[in-house]
Design a binder for this molecule. Structure first.
Ligand code: ATP
Ligand code: MG
Length: 401
């Protein structure tokens, strides 16, 4: 059977002047998501995106699963593309949906005609197809209010598309339509998920990671690369920037009071992140912080870190419990990787008794021995850039133009 995927766009997308930009980004994102599963044939009409996959290695099931993860899509379904002859339409509908229809007790038929020249009207299609299915599946009766299965017949340009109940899509806004955010990505549980939720609100995501070799290992870095790749499934291509942070941490350790290590380190991270954001044209920093989760995430500590930021800092989990973040991490398949026990640069120099509610004044005093200009000089030029794509067939990734 000639199967096709139908993607329905969100209401928000349909409003206002941004519509065509939203739609063209969404089509691009769909193509990129489907690409590892075959050559995508994608078209866009009347708030529906039609997806077919072609080529010798075409994997329709894989393509469908990939479409479920594209932001900006409210619902989706697999459909069969049937020639216009109505006898054929009836038989195809019965064959294609036989598994669902033979198990259900109630159903109804919905018909839509984009092609008004079709020789049957919508009410006629509903009546004739309904009669045929009632006859073929004696277990069924009609329930127009809340049927278990709705059989859709959509007449469009030379074909009738037949499908059953649609599934919920990923929702949100197409990644890349809402600006560009720089995600501070540790190897922990929270930050990859913070990237996911901000991509869902339409941000293009780049990531910055601070490493402190030899205190942190290559395996810790590999873990971050793996996390960023898993994020690419939802966010599209991600540039990951890895900053050499050892010297700064050592200088903090040698020159500042121990109880201030963490907050001073976080101020340096944020300064560097803002510098990089400016270079790559990102308009916000994203972190996985949650109020009160650890000593560096108290209101006082957050005020001290924000004091050095030249950009808005998005903390989507500021009011979220850890368990809810973990649930999301499992859903997007980052939890197991995040749980691998490799050291992070934050944990290497953790003070025994961190200052829980520092003031900006006291932090400034604590860091006054550091030569900030010297420490930050040229650090972005020593930063490594790694461009990442969603995992899939290695030869089937496409770069953004
Ligand atoms: P996560 O699970 O996201 O690592 P966490 O609970 O371990 O968070 P912290 O270690 O205090 O919390 O880090 C808070 C936030 O700071 C992280 O969510 C992340 O955005 C950022 N961050 C921490 N360490 C790094 C790092 N090595 N590189 C980049 N960003 C980092
Ligand atoms: Mg962490």
């Amino acid at each position: 059977m000639n199967e096709i995927i139908l993607l329905k766009l969100g209401e928000v997308i349909l409003k206002g002047l941004n519509r065509s930009r939203f739609e063209s980004t969404l089509v691009k994102n769909v193509k990129r998501a489907v690409w590892p599963y075959g050559n995508p044939i994608v078209s866009d009409k009347q708030s529906t995106i039609f997806v077919e996959v072609d080529g010798p290695y075409a994997d329709f099931d894989g393509a469908y699963e990939a479409c479920k993860k594209v932001f900006g899509i409210v619902s989706l379904c697999r459909a069969v593309k049937c020639p216009l002859d109505f006898e054929e339409v009836k038989k195809t509908a019965g064959d294609y949906l036989s598994r669902q229809l033979s198990r259900a007790k109630t159903f109804k038929v919905e018909a839509k005609r984009a092609d008004k020249n079709y020789y049957l009207t919508s009410p006629q299609i509903m009546e004739l197809l309904g009669e045929y299915l009632l006859d073929r599946f004696p277990n069924l009766s009609v329930d127009v209010k809340s049927p278990e299965v709705t059989v859709y017949a959509e007449v469009r340009e030379g074909y009738v598309f037949i499908h059953g109940n649609p599934e919920r899509g990923a929702g949100g806004l197409p990644a890349g339509t809402g600006g560009h955010g720089l995600l501070m990505l540790s190897g922990g549980i929270d930050s990859p998920v913070a990237g996911y939720v901000m991509a869902k609100r339409g941000l293009k995501i780049s990531a910055i990671h601070f490493e402190s070799p030899p205190y942190t290992s290559d395996r810790a870095k590999e873990k971050v690369v793996t996390l960023a790749k898993k994020l690419c499934v939802y966010a599209g291509q991600i540039d990951l920037f890895v900053v050499p942070f050892t010297e700064i941490q050592e200088q903090i350790k040698d020159n500042c009071p121990e109880e201030y290590f963490t907050v001073i380190m976080r101020r340096y991270m944020l300064k560097i992140a803002c510098g990089l954001a400016e270079r790559i044209n990102a308009g916000a920093i994203i972190t996985g912080e949650s109020l009160g989760q650890v000593a560096s995430q108290t209101l006082g500590a957050i005020r001290c870190t924000d004091g050095v930021s030249s950009l808005p800092v998005f903390r989507p989990f500021i009011g979220t419990d850890k368990q809810e973040i973990i649930n999301l991490a499992r859903k997007i398949d980052t939890f197991d990787t995040s749980s691998l026990p490799f050291e992070d640069c934050c944990t290497v120099f953790t003070p025994r008794h961190p200052k829980t509610n520092p003031t900006e004044e006291s932090v400034k005093k604590a860091e006054e021995k550091l030569d900030e200009e010297k420490l930050l000089d040229g650090i972005l030029d020593r930063t490594e850039r790694i461009t990442l794509y969603a995992p899939g067939r290695k030869d089937r990734n496409i770069a953004e133009e």
